[in-house]
Design a protein around this ligand. Sequence first.
Ligand code: CAA
Ligand code: NAP
Length: 246
Amino acid sequence: MARVALVTGGMGGLGEAICIKMAALGYQVVTTYSPGNTRAAEWLSSMEQHGFKFRAYPCDVAEFASAQECIDTITNEIGPVDVLVNNAGITRDMTFKKMDKTNWDAVIRTNLDSVFNMTKPVCDGMTERGWGRIVNISSVNGQKGAFGQTNYSAAKAGMHGFTKALALEVARKGVTVNTISPGYIGTKMVMAIPTEVLESKIIPQIPMGRLGKPEEVAGLVAYLASDEAAFLTGANIAINGGQHMY
Ligand code: CAA
Ligand code: NAP
């Protein structure tokens, strides 16, 4: 039986590439979309035309009840989740001076609480079955901080604290937990940055002189999910074109 890989936010730039890569490797790929997403059916049919038969379920990753219900449905209709990729995320960029509590909460809830919300309903099953992979998509900006991102940098740094602590707890049970910290990847999240800021402040900081490609991150997710990566846990792997080395 094919392993079940659940990728949150699979209809976004990075998530789609991860879904495609995992499907190409033979996983049964399941994804989530936010309840307000009106293009889910269209996305699924366009993926099917490209030969990818994904399953997709509505889920607000920021809400524990929604996450629990989504995982219950997936478990009943498809089977237990073997690989969880916590990928869904948002930005609400603004200087701290302008940031209000609403924009702080939105990013912490969607990017950090979501990791608890999605992992909690799958983790016990993974340890009981003696095999599982959890991959958390953080960011270079969680490692180094970013102008205009106190909320996002805090949430993304928090993800790796979670990774390290949970990795310790499940290490003897065949379950690995890792963080990937991508640099700037050419998706709509990055295209929302004002062009002038992107060209004058961000690209010049990337030694490779270009944005990353979603497929480059997807390849790393696939490796972390594989049997070959069984000894790799609690790590934070940077993939950022040389922008931040530590
Ligand atoms: N570094 C240093 N200075 C910066 C800067 C940066 N990255 N970004 C903006 N500034 C400076 C501007 O040059 C400007 O300086 P002056 O007043 O001297 O002209 C000042 O800050 C104010 O800039 P804005 O006029 O743009 O102010 P604003 O309030 O309208 O917007 C902002 C501020 C929201 C931070 C906006 O500049 C912005 O969106 N910056 C990009 C933030 C960013 O990098 N987000 C990453 C999104 S992608 C992502 O998050 C994925 C990932 O994980 C990598
Ligand atoms: P994106 O294209 O904007 O996709 C984000 C995805 O998150 C969308 O599929 C969206 O679903 C989903 N999402 C947002 N809020 C949600 C919610 N409350 N519940 C469920 N799903 C929700 O962004 P991306 O660039 O692919 O980013 C994917 C991940 O990589 C994010 O965690 C981001 O922080 C991280 N990252 C990105 C970069 C980059 O440079 N692009 C770099 C480092 C890290 P809907 O479309 O259904 O709304």
